[in-house]
Ligand binder design. Structure first.
Ligand SMILES: NC(=O)c1ccc[n+]([C@@H]2O[C@H](COP(=O)([O-])OP(=O)(O)OC[C@H]3O[C@@H](n4cnc5c(N)ncnc54)[C@H](O)[C@@H]3O)[C@@H](O)[C@H]2O)c1
Length: 308
């Protein structure tokens, strides 16, 4: 199993590290445009192999796509991150050009690959990869909901005062401060609805804290976060590489599902060896359906800025 990660920055390197530590891939290629940067990150990570006990071989390359040839899965993290006060949408001008060129170079050398898009604004970047590459839709997956759901579970556990492992929940919709839809109605603490433990007011606070989860960290760190994003990407990659059939909310190209068409938005999907094996249709209530529609309208506005 060969995996390429484009962008050896904060998220790319964290993602490569988690993939290596989980030890399910034979090879990870890190690629960056900055001379020597990916080589340095790869060497540093390889020097953790004996300490962390993995056999995955990590190599770094400067913009040489021939070294990525025949990758089973490619992750795109290249592009600029947010600075405090910025929205993800403001990154589109620079990141669209990068993501378009990177995806076409990847496919040239790995025509059968599955692509996981991370660069922001992620739903629009995922849509751009669909439109510019024409790969079958199950082979292009946007990562956002897996991270947002992890942040949701963190906030739920904090509010409940119990362990995160007891909590389950999902965030669907667009990967933006206004577009995320934390599904509080369906969240559980070990099978029991969280509403049994939390007041409506507290649940609303959890919802709001989840939606600004990325912005909160960007303010604290001066740039966007990387540990949880890297871990979330590694979860998606492992589900595909190991054909786990796990359910994750991912940005998928919709063709009528949830009443939406020709847009990439976060919905629950089953991930396996073919990428998106199925889009899971859950019964949303009227308020949730309205939120999905509003979220899609927000993403559509950003998609309209693309030069396709
Ligand atoms: N989807 C999500 O949930 C999520 C979460 C966190 C970050 N992000 C996004 O991921 C992206 C990366 O964030 P980061 O914190 O790792 O940024 P970073 O600046 O640390 O790393 C980005 C890397 O991309 C490289 N790069 C730029 N252009 C390139 C090109 N054409 N080819 C190859 N490499 C190139 C840069 O040299 C840099 O090393 C940002 O767009 C950020 O907003 C998304």
């Amino acid at each position: 199993m060969k995996i390429t990660v484009v962008g050896a920055g904060a998220v790319g390197a964290s993602c490569a590290e988690y993939i290596a530590i989980k030890d399910f891939a034979s090879e990870v290629v890190l690629l960056d445009i900055k001379e020597g940067y990916a080589e340095g990150k790869a060497m540093d990570l390889m020097q953790t192999a004996s300490l962390n006990g993995f056999d995955t071989k990590i190599t770094g390359v400067t913009n040489d796509y021939s070294k990525t040839a025949n990758s089973d899965i490619c992750v795109i993290t290249s592009g600029i991150p947010r600075k405090p006060g910025m929205t993800r949408e403001e990154l589109i001008g620079i990141n669209a050009g990068i993501v378009k060129n990177v995806s076409s170079s990847l496919i040239e050398h790995s025509p059968n690959t599955i692509i996981v898009v991370v660069s922001n604004p992620m739903d629009t970047m995922t849509y751009l990869v669909h439109k510019s590459t024409n790969l079958p839709k199950h082979r292009i997956i946007g990562m956002g909901g897996a991270l947002d759901s992890a942040r949701f579970k963190y906030r739920l556990a904090e509010a409940i005062g119990g362990p995160i492992s007891d909590v389950d929940g999902m965030v669907i919709g667009g990967h933006s401060d206004t577009g995320m839809i934390p599904l509080t109605r369906l969240a559980t603490r070990n099978g029991v609805p969280v509403s049994e433990f939390l007041s409506d007011e507290r649940l609303n606070q959890v919802k709001e804290d989840t939606k600004v989860g990325g912005a909160t960290l960007t303010k604290l760190l001066g740039t966007s976060a990387w540990y949880a994003p890297g871990a979330a990407v590694s979860g998606l990659v492992q589900a595909i590489a190991c054909d786990q059939k796990k359910v994750y909310p991912c940005s998928a190209l919709l063709d009528g599902e949830y009443g939406l068409n020709d847009i990439c938005l976060g919905v629950p999907v089953i991930l396996g060896k073919n990428g998106i094996e199925e889009i899971v249709k859950i019964n949303l209530n009227d308020a949730e359906v309205a939120s999905m529609k509003e979220s899609a309208e927000g993403v559509q506005k950003v998609n309209n800025l693309l030069e396709l």
